[in-house]
Design a protein around this ligand. Structure first.
Ligand SMILES: C[S@@+](CC[C@H](N)C(=O)[O-])C[C@H]1O[C@@H](n2cnc3c(N)ncnc32)[C@H](O)[C@@H]1O
Length: 314
C-alpha cells in the first residue's frame, strides 16, 4: 500500500482489505501444493488460497502480523497442516524457505522446485497504517517511526533529524518524487536550526503544510511520508533482492505475482520480469499491469494505485 487519502482502510471484521483478491486467485491456478505469500499482512490472500485447496508459507517482517494471523486462522478453523508462518524479511527469502523441511519433501515428491507460486503485495497493512504508535500515517498522531520490522535501528525521525539539506532533498526527490523537494528540505533544516522539534507524524505533516498547499485529493505530506517509509525499510533494495531469489524457488508453470503501489516499485517489477524473460526463465503474462476495477476502488480507495504483474516460470 502506498498512498493514503482515504477514510477507512479495513475490510470486514477489521482486517486489512486484500487488494485485487479475485485477480490474484485467478492468476495462481490453485491446487494442492505449497504457495508463498511474501507479504502475509492480515493473511487475506493466504486464507483464500487455503480455502481453494492450496497450502501457504506466509512471511512477514512484522511479528504483530503473524500474531494476528494465528489468531484469525484459529477462529476461522483453518486446517493447521495447510499453513506455516515465518517472521522475516523477504530479502532473505531463500534462507527462510530452505529451512522448511516439508517443502524439501515436496521437492523430492516430484516437483522440480519448492513452491507452486508466489505473491508479493507490497507496502504496509491497514493494521500498521492505522496504529498511531507505528508512525506511518499523517492522519494519526504518533512518533515518527515507520519501521515495519521493529528490530531495525533507524526510525523516520532519526533520518529526518540527521539529514542535511542535500540529503533530505535527495531523499524526497528520489524516493518521494516530490516536486517541492528542495523547498521542503530547506524548510526542515531551517526549522531544526531554530529549535523546532520533528518527532511526531504531526510535527512533520505541519511542517510540510507550511510549504505545500493541498492540491487535489492527496494530502501534501503523502510523498514525504512515502519517501521516509521506503528509506527506513529499504523497500526498493528488499524488493530487488526478494525477486532475485524467488525465481529459483518456483516450479515450472508456477506464477509469480507482484502488486505494487507506486511507480518506483512498479519499475523494478517490470524491469525484473523483462530480464527474466530475456534469460529464458519464463514469460510475462501481463504486457500491461492489471489494475483494480472502479467497483473495487469505490469499496477500497486505497486500491486505486495498485498495479499487478504476473510472470510464469518455465
Ligand atoms: C499490504 S500488506 C499485505 C496484506 C495481505 N496481502 C492481506 O491481504 O492481508 C503488506 C505486508 O507486507 C509486509 N512487508 C512489507 N515489506 C516486507 C518485506 N520486505 N519482507 C517481509 N514482509 C514485508 C508488511 O509488514 C505488511 O504486513
Amino acid at each position: 500500500m502506498g498512498m493514503e487519502g482515504h477514510k477507512t482502510l479495513s475490510g470486514s471484521k477489521g482486517y486489512h482489505r486484500s487488494v485485487l483478491l479475485k485477480e490474484v486467485l485467478g492468476a495462481l491456478n490453485i491446487r494442492d501444493a505449497w504457495y508463498l505469500d511474501c507479504t502475509l499482512g492480515d493473511g487475506g490472500h493466504t486464507i483464500e488460497i487455503i480455502k481453494r485447496g492450496g497450502k501457504v508459507v506466509g512471511i512477514d517482517v512484522d511479528p504483530q502480523a503473524l500474531g494476528r494471523v494465528r489468531k484469525r486462522f484459529g477462529i476461522e478453523e483453518i486446517d493447521r497442516n495447510k499453513w506455516k508462518l515465518i517472521v522475516g524479511n523477504f530479502r532473505d527469502l531463500k534462507k527462510l524457505i530452505l529451512k522448511q523441511t516439508d517443502l524439501k519433501d515436496q521437492k523430492f515428491a516430484g516437483a522440480k522446485s519448492y513452491l507452486a507460486g508466489a505473491i508479493f503485495d507490497l507496502g504496509v497493512s491497514s493494521l500498521q497504517l492505522e496504529t498511531p504508535s507505528r508512525g506511518f500515517s499523517f492522519s494519526k498522531i504518533g512518533p515518527l517511526d515507520m519501521r515495519m520490522d521493529p528490530t531495525l535501528e533507524v526510525r523516520a525521525l532519526d533520518l529526518i533529524n540527521a539529514g542535511g539539506r542535500k540529503q533530505l532533498y535527495e531523499l524526497f526527490k528520489n524516493l518521494g518524487e516530490e516536486k517541492y523537494s528542495k523547498r521542503l528540505a530547506d524548510h526542515m533544516v531551517s526549522a531544526r536550526q531554530v529549535g523546532v522539534k520533528i518527532e511526531t507524524t504531526k510535527d512533520l505533516a505541519d511542517l510540510v503544510e507550511q510549504v505545500v498547499r493541498k492540491h487535489g485529493r492527496l494530502h501534501p505530506a503523502t510523498k514525504i511520508f512515502q519517501a521516509l517509509r521506503i528509506a527506513v525499510n529499504d523497500e526498493l533494495n528488499a524488493l530487488k533482492e526478494g525477486l532475485d531469489q524467488v525465481i529459483s524457488l518456483i516450479d515450472k508453470n508456477g506464477h509469480i505475482i507482484v502488486i505494487s503501489f507506486h511507480s518506483l516499485e512498479d519499475r523494478i517489477v517490470k524491469e525484473t520480469f523483462r530480464a527474466w524473460s530475456a534469460q529464458g526463465w519464463g514469460q510475462i503474462l501481463t504486457k500491461k499491469p492489471i489494475v483494480p476495477t472502479l467497483e473495487e476502488i469505490n469499496i477500497n480507495p486505497r486500491a486505486r494505485s495498485a498495479k499487478m504483474r504476473v510472470f510464469e516460470r518455465s
